[in-house]
Design a protein around this ligand. Sequence first.
Ligand code: K7E
Ligand code: CUA
Length: 663
Amino acid sequence: MTLTRFGSKLILAAGVVAVGTASSAMAQSMSDVQKIAKERGLTTQDLIAAAQTYTPTGMLDEYVIMSSGGHSGQVFVIGVPSMRLLRSIAVFTPEPWQGYGYGVGNEILDEGNVMGKENRWGDTHHPALSETNGDYDGEWLFINDKSNARMAVIDLRDFETKQIVKNPLFINDHGGAFVTPNTDYIFQTAQYNVPWGADYAPMSEYKESFRGAVTMWKFDRKKGRIDKSKSFAIELPPYWQDIADCGKLESDGYFFLNSINTELATGGFGVKGEKNPPFEAGVSMNATDYLHIINWKKAEKVYQAGDYTMIKDFPVISLKTAIAEGLLHLTPEPRSPHGVDVTPKGDFIVVSGKLDPHTTIYSFAKIKKAIADKNYSGRDEFGVPVLDFDAVMEAQVEVGLGPLHTQFGPDGYAYTSLFLDSAVARWTLGGVYGPLNPEPDWTLVTKTPVHYNIGHLGAAEGDTVSPDGKYLVAYNKWSVDRFVGVGPLLPQNFQLLDISKQGTDMPVIYDMPLGIGEPHYAQIIKADKLNPWSVYPEIGWDPQTQSVDPWAPRPKMERVERTGEHEVEVYMTSVRSHFTPEHVTVKQGDTVIWRITNTERAVDATHGFSIPVYNITLSLEPGETAKFEFVADVAGTFPFYCTEFCSALHLEMMGYLMVEPNE
Ligand code: K7E
Ligand code: CUA
């Protein structure tokens, strides 16, 4: 590198330094930067990347990643371009810092109980931000749990989980959460099929008894809840339905989902006397699987007309009805497909088959025509019409090995993750798609290597009707040698790519290790679309109802009150630096109903609250009220205290729970 080039490209970095330390800035110069770079072995490219991502204190991020948390069962919120973890959101797994599942939040977690059993973790895969007219509106976030087929609702006013619903029909899902362009419905599709409700049936009855399905959860925006009474499902053939995407603009009203295992393989390898191929071979024998094309607006009409059957107390449009009403069509797709992604205008559907080096692009106009013309190449073994592949396919682009997922930029570029190549491919969308493509042109432009084994990728607002471009994040599955060793369980690696320039320049500019579960999909929203509260709107606020709780304790009303022979109610307030009252005395065996309000109005004046033995820990944000209950069955002397370092006299913010022993 030449010194001139080095110097000229670093003016920005020097400017950033000057803002941070105004007083010493005069003494610093580019030669200091050069010296440090030399000592640390940094290249010019490294320094430019640093200038693009370094975010001095007080400077805010431009974008926010809403990332699935994999088997942590949570959601992670990360700033871009700084790649700083801003917070986790407890969803399917109890989380003590947020006090979720340790006194409050238990009712939400209990909604997610499965077949009468408590499940206190989840495998979160696909977050979906709520949309208005196909664009993120920053109000709600949904996420699926693959391991138990559940769906969660998160309110982005306080970034807290409000609801978990369990799918009554299936026990495993993958194609969710995906929202319709105005968030009327949230889709969830079954993956590893089971008989309805996960009832027992022998594997020999797979074809007769096992079922595929897609559930359309109705979202009630006003209530901020999924309305089960207006939700329904559509029965599908017992393939393993995979990832999905909703149509938009041109394809609004449609829903697309992949499938694997059109072979109906049942595995069994490893059992003595069993001749079936193992699953990974058994489900990959056919040269093609089926893209499912569902007319959900029509399905909604069929449901509203009452043309469904109740199964496990849930309305299901049967496969027979779905075929008769023309709700469901299939078309061949390259085998072992993973991602299916609808282009910003809704005009094309991009499918990647893990075992095919091409992305296959379907034209929605051609799909519509083939449906109208009944241009079928046949029917599958369940009688579903299969649209002729050549009639609906628009193009195939050879992008590389192991293509998975595709996102879009504002300029006619598409980006596909390549698992086997460990790379991000940039290619052009044909058709009149921005300035890059005056002529139909489907071409690979460049590939950037990433480290390693990329799964999903996310471009800024890259799955909406108006992608932003600028940044792309590779959500890599392996990190191998990228970070200091922390034992055999390694973090995942989120790699930030600069996609602001056109052509072949698309460098990696930051690595972010994430050592709390294996994320899958993540969406990236413009930070200014989020409008969260800094404190709860009023004192005595119940986050579960998002309204003032009339029972919330208030100053001067604090008390410990015996309300029954074996029942005591506690009305407590917390403010820097005391709980009122400080002594709570009950009798062994009493049911204790305890309410606390944090009466603070200052931003960040959160108090914690914990009681030993009884497994209670709460987070009380400014204005918040909480209510928890326990049976004081163990006698003793138990200090409760504030678990947040909220003030200089924070250690003094405590009190005693006295449980008098029975005679
Ligand atoms: Cu890991 Cu979307 Cu569940 Cu692909 S999925 S990577
Ligand atoms: Cu309140 Cu520490």
